[in-house]
Ligand binder design. Structure first.
Ligand code: MN3
Length: 237
């Protein structure tokens, strides 16, 4: 009986009330920034990074940075014309939404590019290994310092290996989605390696064990790509 009354009321109210009341979310502009496909399958980095983490990290987190960046630049044609790198270089003058989402887009695009399935990433080139030995003592010493820096980063952020303006390698960390290309970064340089230490990057497999994630992550580092990035950073000086 009660159901019949409800149905009658719904009919009497007309079709407008019978529809879901929530308006659909405004769709993000399709550009100028785009989410490229991953260079490998969701399960390619397992067991170091599990498929579900990759699916969410790329398909939800990275996608949201791209969508929100496109929303943020849509209002200003001068900003919409700038490349992602050009945005980084003048970040101190831009709105927070561009810092968070432009940084998020740059950082994740970079991150996907420098990983490869376990055991396929090769070794640092002789030139990169020579620079690592000069600036850290050895590759194991670099790895240890990088892990320690990643572990020390309080809250969400990134740990980076950069080539500084003077050509030396350095390890640095940034909070949130900042990176060392931003003019406002405390330590500036060209990243050649970076690890995401936001909990969304590791929590499904590693829970709160960030140190274990940082250690295992070396198995998926694509040293061939890192070596190429080192060469182009050096050439750009
Ligand atoms: Mn992330």
């Amino acid at each position: 009986m009660r159901n019949m009354i409800a149905a009658a009321l719904l009919l009497a109210a007309g079709p407008a009330l019978a529809q879901p009341v929530a308006a659909p979310a405004a769709e993000a502009p399709k550009g100028p920034h785009v989410l490229d496909p991953l260079p490998y399958g969701f399960d390619a980095l397992a067991p170091v990074i599990d498929a579900e983490t990759m699916r969410l990290h790329w398909g939800a987190h990275h996608r949201a940075y791209v969508d929100n960046l496109n929303r943020a630049v849509a209002a200003d044609p001068a900003l919409a014309k700038l490349s992602l790198e050009a945005l980084m270089a003048r970040m101190s003058t831009l709105p927070k939404a561009i810092r968070d989402n432009g940084g998020g887009h740059w950082n994740h695009r970079f991150f996907w590019s420098l990983m490869a399935p376990p055991g396929t990433g090769g070794q640092p080139s002789p030139a990169l290994l020579a620079a690592i030995t000069r600036d850290f003592g050895s590759l194991p010493a670099l790895r240890r310092q990088f892990e320690e820096a990643g572990l020390r980063q309080f809250g969400s952020g990134w740990v980076w290996l950069i080539v500084r303006a003077d050509g030396r390698l350095a390890i640095t960390t940034t909070p949130n989605q900042d990176n060392p290309l931003m003019d406002l970064a405390e330590v500036k340089g060209r990243p050649i390696l970076g690890n995401d230490v936001w909990e969304h990057a590791y929590y499904l497999s590693y829970r709160n064990r960030r140190g274990e994630y940082l250690q295992k992550w070396w198995d998926v580092v694509n040293w061939k790509e890192v070596s190429l990035l080192f060469e182009s950073a050096r050439a750009g000086q």
